[in-house]
Design a protein around this ligand. Structure first.
Ligand code: NDP
Length: 313
């Protein structure tokens, strides 16, 4: 099995990981970056990114990630597909093992594993996973052309997914548990002005039904009040867009906050383990934007550079 000795191991792609790789490789720090299950991270499952500076006409999420990757490779970053399966952060140099058995020994680590979609926690979500339940409209929307779909959530992701699906499906229902949307005003307007999107405010999902595939959702309006009303909504697809949780299960000794986000010594990116840094959504409960993730990837690379200079092995 291959064994790799490097100065820096970056775990996770996305804007944080790739930007860290651009800065570190430009500073001549030999590095290996493992991209994980979803090379490019969450932005590869989005459509147009309109708010990343430098793209006045917007850019497709997957294209932006491909460009960042190429930029890092241009400076010599060793970028590998695949997952890191285990990490030993108990002493320097740190050790990690990839899914294909490759062993990596590194003087410093940047964790940029991002965050994953949250589910409501209904048993039916598991029952119908891949059979009408999805957390990614741009991945699976194609299967619902001219069909009826629902999106759960009231944030920017939910609005974006609803708008994307409105371009494919015959009818889109946005299921929002509050009496208002949380999304930015511009996204709210687009959703509310789209004739194909019906917003169901004050509505919760309590179950799904269907023989093999989803055929509908069991909904409750005004749950827990005297106006509570239960009804079934016939749909073919049920999309979750209720936020994300940080991917930290590989790093049980890295300190996190009560929501599970990695704690860093702000404004730096150092974690509680010297030589281990965190960047991007895995350590950001507040901003969670592509540009802020990229910026923290930059900070992590600069922090690593200083750390390696001060703590040679
Ligand atoms: P958010 O946390 O902003 O919104 C989550 C939504 O899901 C809220 O409406 C929330 O309701 C709802 N929700 C959470 N849990 C449940 C539940 N159990 N049942 C029903 N509804 C639930 O997450 P997003 O993923 O939308 O956005 C994350 C960040 O990324 C935000 O900062 C957002 O602005 C940003 N973003 C930006 C985009 C862009 O600029 N192009 C695109 C996508 C995201 P409630 O309001 O009641 O809590």
């Amino acid at each position: 099995m291959e064994s790799v000795n490097t100065r820096l191991l970056i775990i996770g792609s996305g804007p944080a990981g790739y930007t860290a790789a651009i800065y570190a490789s430009r500073a001549n720090i030999p590095l290996v970056l493992y991209e994980g299950n979803q090379p490019g991270g969450q932005l590869t499952t989005t459509t147009e990114v309109e708010n990343f500076p430098g793209y006045p006409e917007g850019i497709q999420g997957p294209q932006l990630m491909t460009d960042l990757r190429r930029q890092a490779e241009r400076f010599g970053a060793d970028i590998r597909q695949g997952l890191i399966k285990s990490v030993d952060l108990s002493s320097r140099p740190f050790k990690a093992v990839a899914a294909d058995g490759t062993e990596i020994v590194a003087e410093a680590v940047i964790i940029s594993t991002g965050a994953s979609a949250k589910y409501l926690g209904l048993p039916d979500e598991n029952k119908y996973k891949g059979m009408g339940v999805s957390a990614c409209a741009t991945c699976d929307g194609f299967f619902y052309r001219k069909k009826r779909v629902a999106v759960v959530g009231g944030g920017d992701t939910a609005c974006e997914e609803a708008l994307y699906l409105a371009g494919l499906a015959s009818e889109v229902f946005l299921i929002v548990r509050k009496p208002h949307l949380r999304a930015s005003k511009v996204m709210q307007q687009r959703v509310l002005n789209n004739p194909k999107i019906n917003v169901l405010f004050n509505t919760n999902t309590v179950g799904l039904y269907g023989d093999e595939f989803v055929e509908g959702a069991n909904l409750v309006e005004n749950i827990g009040t005297e106006n509570e009303q239960r009804f079934d909504l016939p749909i073919d697809g049920f999309f979750l867009a209720i936020g994300h949780h940080p991917n930290t299960s590989l790093f049980p000794t890295v300190e996190t906050d009560e929501q599970g986000y990695i704690k860093t010594a702000l404004p730096g990116t150092a974690t509680n383990i010297p030589g281990v840094f965190a960047a991007g959504d895995v350590a950001d409960p507040v901003y969670r934007q592509a540009i802020t993730a990229a910026a923290s990837g930059c900070r992590a690379a600069l922090d690593v550079e200083r750390f390696l200079m001060a703590n040679p092995l």
